[in-house]
Ligand binder design. Sequence first.
Ligand code: ADP
Length: 177
Amino acid sequence: MAEKTFVIIKPDSMVRGLSGKIITRFENKGLKIVGLKMLKIKRKQLEELYSHLIGRPFLEEYFHYMRKTPVIMVVLEGMNAIDIVRKMCGVTNCRESDPSTIRGQYGMSGRMNVIHAADSVANAEREMNIFFKPKEIHRYKVPLTQVMYSIEEMQTMGIQKKVLLGRPRKLPGKEDE
Ligand code: ADP
């Protein structure tokens, strides 16, 4: 199955009207939206999401900022989605982020840094489960997948091949039907 990752469009992006631009970047990259919701994060949910930050001096101010406005949460799917999205976001401090990244392009702060993105398979799963019920993560076919990935890549993700571009060819170990 293709990998899923979890992102939050943070309050600074919400008040600056950046959510569409950010989501468009992911769509243009070829990542598929399989979950999306808007909500105001509860304090308890923040403590669960950021358990690794408990005890850090900036925590209270950070949580205050994260609860300033409702945020948009998106679950994205694609091959190596977690790594790709982290790279697209850039490093934590927007000022140090490469200007081609989302944080580098849109932010100026180390705290108000535009977007959150899961950093591992285990965390993506854990974070998604805090905010999404299993039935809120959708499964649907995107015909363009067939021209965005090679046959081998689609096989890795468990997607049936239907060759629209390039010549169909036999994969090693596959018998003729
Ligand atoms: P990332 O979001 O890049 O994975 P962390 O998980 O370490 O980074 O931190 C979560 C969030 O806490 C960051 O995105 C940022 O908004 C905030 N943060 C992290 N470190 C600091 C810091 N030293 N000062 C202020 N805010 C910070």
